[in-house]
Design a protein. Structure first.
Ligand code: URA
Length: 279
């Protein structure tokens, strides 16, 4: 087939084969578009351009003596403002429903631009357990509910086998309420901006125990950099913003178990330890 004869469908199929399966914006990067909407000149992406989360109010920064501040400084300032904004919103929310509405209206995290839905926590508002994963995947992004894909089904089986009812006993959530494009690892800034929402969910749900599914959730909430293999297998403690100490368990993420079935015995022993303490 001659290149010029390629249809839009052929090109799309080629993109999918090459792994390009996410739309990140309406315009291509590194191209200039004429007023008529035609790409006209191919240019290098401007190095100093700041990609700023939409709707974020960024305080004007003092210009340094040498001229403009580097873009990274502006981005860091935008992240600091977004974190502050998230913390203030959290203080306004006196129930999980109120917090959900505030998170849905929050514009301080650019992940919202590429996600289909906001995936807020789901389950009992007065649960025995709060379970925390990393971020929604493709299935959760479509459904708007955490842990409904393959990992979610495995989690349901584990909970049931340990004698917990997902709907009655659990509130399930993630560090991030928006899916990172292509399931990439969340950045430190994205985690920092969204963390106040997670911490407030735990405060409002006030569970008997917190279950941290995987290293990312455990590192974010326990504020450490320990590998999950060193954190699991014992009782830990999570401290809420208002000073309450809640027993916590860090264990493997169900997605890891789908790839490493040999580790299932370990997550099972973690849930049995949990069952002994929380009946
Ligand atoms: N993995 C997660 O960490 N969270 C989900 O909601 C689904 C998969």
């Amino acid at each position: 087939m001659n290149e010029e004869n390629l249809s839009a469908g052929d090109i799309l199929a080629w993109y999918v084969l090459a792994g390009v399966d996410e739309t990140l914006g309406e315009l291509p990067f590194g191209k200039e578009i004429s007023e008529a909407g035609q790409p006209v000149v191919q240019v290098m992406q401007k190095p100093a351009e700041v990609v700023r989360p939409v709707g974020l109010s960024v305080q004007p920064l003092q210009e340094s003596e040498e001229g403009r501040r580097p873009a990274t400084t502006e981005l860091a300032q935008a992240t600091i403002n977004a974190c502050k904004n998230a913390r203030e919103l959290c203080q306004q929310a006196q129930s999980l429903d109120e917090l959900k509405a505030l998170v849905e209206g929050f514009e301080g995290c650019a992940l919202k631009l590429t996600a289909t839905r906001t995936v807020f926590g789901y389950g009992s508002p007065h649960p025995k357990l709060v379970l925390v994963g990393e971020a929604p995947g493709a299935d959760e992004d479509r459904a708007g509910i955490p842990f409904v894909g393959r990992s979610g089904h495995l989690l349901d089986l584990i909970l049931k086998a340990a004698g917990f009812d997902r709907e009655k006993d659990c509130y399930i959530t993630n560090v991030l309420p928006w899916r990172p494009p292509g399931n990439r690892t969340p950045t430190t800034a994205e985690v920092a901006v969204c963390l106040p929402f997670l911490r407030r969910q735990i405060e409002l749900a006030s569970p008997e125990a917190v279950i941290l599914l995987g290293g990312s959730a455990a590192n974010a909430l326990l504020e450490n950099e320990e590998p999950i293999s060193r954190m699991r297998g014992k009782w830990l403690e999570y401290q809420t913003g208002d000073g309450r100490k809640i027993p916590a368990i860090a264990t493997f993420h169900p997605a890891y178990l789908l790839r490493n079935a040999a580790q299932k015995a370990k997550i099972w022993s973690d849930f049995l330890r949990l069952r002994k303490k929380i009946s």
